[in-house]
Design a protein around this ligand. Structure first.
Ligand code: ZN
Length: 344
């Protein structure tokens, strides 16, 4: 099979010919139809994430099952599938209680610690595959279907975790990013009033098109003032943070109104941020982290798209051999929404 290999950190992909993977016990092999290209995997390409080199990156995969290993139930040859990229144990207390992102025996992530989707075939533990529902025309829309398993499910989980309710005010910090822009869509879908914040003015226009009632260019405007104006001085119900730096988190928590919830999805910086215990107490504020998602949440997101509730925002597609080009554009911050590799 043809694969794009990352040999070392921050080096160009190398196209190689490799033997097709063989399904061992408990595993299944899928022919890859499409694979999303977002910032999460770009951090691996750029050397900003821990990766076992050499590796084939890519975790937002759409494929069709072509081989099933011993002892696998519930999968058939030809099944269209997407996947959960966490290499979980399947039996610890967190796996058993449908919070598998917190697995106590996590062996890593497909696309970082095992080979991912920038290849003609992928081999995964069978339990990581999630079936594509019948109502979703994955053949006509391979790129859009592939990215659901991260770009839609991540904000879908936040919508639930932050209990976003109709008419609540929701600010998305880093709204111009590939997942941020889908967060705007999901919050709007939940009938919230959304304000999008980013430092790239060009991406804010898209946020407005996709449901943001107001936008703030943080490179030019005072964010705290803009949020106060947006909420009529009441403060936000929900702040969603994709940036993860103390200054942004402190602005976000400072903008919360009574009963407000801050959700952060960025673990990129180790630096702490501060908020007084008094603010938490008197406002009954909640500070939440939202890590990944579960297979059930992927199923739910696929169903949402299949039912036409919303549609993934993919703006650019490339062939496998063009992987380097898409990652150059990711590094330069030029991609609005999601890009994806679509196989010939
Ligand atoms: Zn586990």
């Amino acid at each position: 099979m043809k694969v794009m290999v990352l040999k070392e950190k921050n080096t160009p992909f190398v196209m190689e010919e490799r033997p097709d993977p063989k399904a061992g016990p408990g595993e299944a092999v899928a022919r890859v139809l499409a694979c999303g290209s977002g910032l999460t995997i770009h951090h691996a390409r750029a050397g900003r994430a821990e990766v076992d080199y050499p590796v084939i990156i890519g975790h937002e995969v759409l494929g069709e099952i072509v081989e099933i290993g011993q002892g696998v139930a519930g999968l058939s040859i030809g099944d269209p599938v997407t996947m959960h990229c966490y290499l979980t144990c399947g039996h610890c207390r967190w796996c058993r209680t449908d919070r598998e992102a917190l697995c106590e025996n996590l062996a890593g992530f497909a696309g970082r610690n095992s080979d991912g989707g920038y290849a003609e075939y992928i081999k995964m533990p069978a339990r990581n595959y999630v079936p594509i529902p019948e109502g979703l025309d994955y053949k006509a829309h391979p790129a859009e279907t592939a990215v659901i398993c991260d770009a839609i499910v991540t904000p879908d989980k936040v919508t639930r975790r932050a209990r976003i309710a109709p008419l609540e005010t929701v600010a998305v910090f880093g709204a111009g990013g590939g997942v941020g822009i889908h967060m705007v869509m999901l919050a709007k879908w939940a009938h919230a009033r959304v304000i999008a914040i980013d430092t790239v003015g060009a991406k804010l226009g898209k946020c407005r098109d996709l449901g943001a009632e107001a936008v703030v260019d943080a490179s030019k405007e005072n964010v705290a003032e803009a949020l106060a104006e947006f909420t009529g001085g009441r403060g936000l119900d929900v702040a969603v943070d994709f940036v993860g730096i103390p200054a942004t988190l402190e602005t976000a928590v400072g903008a919360l109104g009574k009963g407000g919830r801050l959700v952060t999805l960025s673990g990129n910086t180790p630096d702490p941020f501060s908020v007084s215990a008094g603010r938490l107490l008197w406002g009954e504020l909640e500070i939440l982290g939202s890590r990944s998602f579960t297979k059930q949440e992927i199923r739910d997101s696929l169903e949402l798209v299949a039912r036409g509730e919303l549609w993934p925002f993919v703006t650019e597609t490339y062939k496998l051999e063009e992987a380097e080009k898409v990652h150059e554009r990711l590094e330069a911050g030029l991609i609005t929404g999601r890009a994806a590799i679509v196989m010939d």
